[in-house]
Design a protein. Sequence first.
Length: 403
Amino acid sequence: MANINKIKGVIGILTGGGDVPGLNPAIRGVTIRAIREGYKVIGIRRGWGGMIDIVRDENADNSANCFELTEEIVNRAARTGGTFLHTSRTNPSKVAKDEVPEQYKDKYTDEINDLTEEVLKNLDFLGIDAMIPIGGDDTLSYGVRLHEEGFKVVAIPKTMDNDVPGTDYCIGFSTCISRTIELANDLRTPTGSHERFLVMEVFGRYAGFTAMLPTLAGASHRCLIPEYKFDLERITELLVEDRKHNPSNYSMVMISEGAMIEGRDMVFEGDEADAFGHKKLGGIGDVVASELKKRSPKYNHGRSIGVINQKLGYTVRGGNPDAIDSIAPMAFGNIALDLILRKEFGRLVVLNEGKYGDIPVDIVTSTSKVVDVDKYYNTERYRPYYNIFENQPLFIMASQVAK
């Protein structure tokens, strides 16, 4: 496809999973250094989706799936949120029959198909020597698969949930909690004016960091997280108590989308699952809001308390990155390039206890990262402990890695 005789090599880069602010600065960090070191950089569109859609024909137009990155392109994009490479939740090892690209339909006819053989051929067709996938554990798990197949991979962690194991920080997390705190404070106005409960549903499928950190910062009275099932009676009692002691007569609870009521499972929007087997979460805030209104008279002299129910959702992942999500992703991108220059592959770029580094990428599939409930979460009060700060890293409990 390309004349690579005059360059040191070709690096591919992609973004997968949900978009977050900070992705474009990371892409810029890789691209600027790579070009100046004599490499060519190819951006793959739509995550792993673009990689399986490549048509291996010199005369084919693959511009919808990939294109060469330049300093001009990445400099312009780096100031913005989201990802200009676009994204998807495609898993090339589990492609549904009706989603198999046209050029492979005769070959792959099972209900679920592994297209890894085609991905490797497509990488060879594009002349890509090393891949830098940027994503959460789903996107990166396929990076681990490519590494196990012998392809050169250096991965960068990204997720608002901050639940990629082995790193204190994932791209997008800082802006997520900054935005969550800002929005929670904005919502105090109508909540206090009407003397209500405020229920805020935030991201967090298996890990409660996006609810814990804002609550720790004072953005909510209580938080409910996936790591510990909660009792509806108890949270109602606590919120009535908080409201009573608040001069403005309101109280707030922040709920991770993966939080569960005692005796119940996660709440999903529907039964459809993505390529990684995840159903779309959403609705636990609605359930809790309804129950709070119904149960509140028991603790409020027989009078029901109104509820403002707000799903923060995409409002915390839209817009431009904050300072940390502008600086750290740039550093991540440069470290990824350094690893490629040193020919150190199968690595995950990380930030631990304030220091940048790298670890084996297979940690993504060998363990998981969640809130250490015993250490950081008060299960009686449904809130973080407030006695764990000295000698802790920037994001406090976010450094914990648990199996």
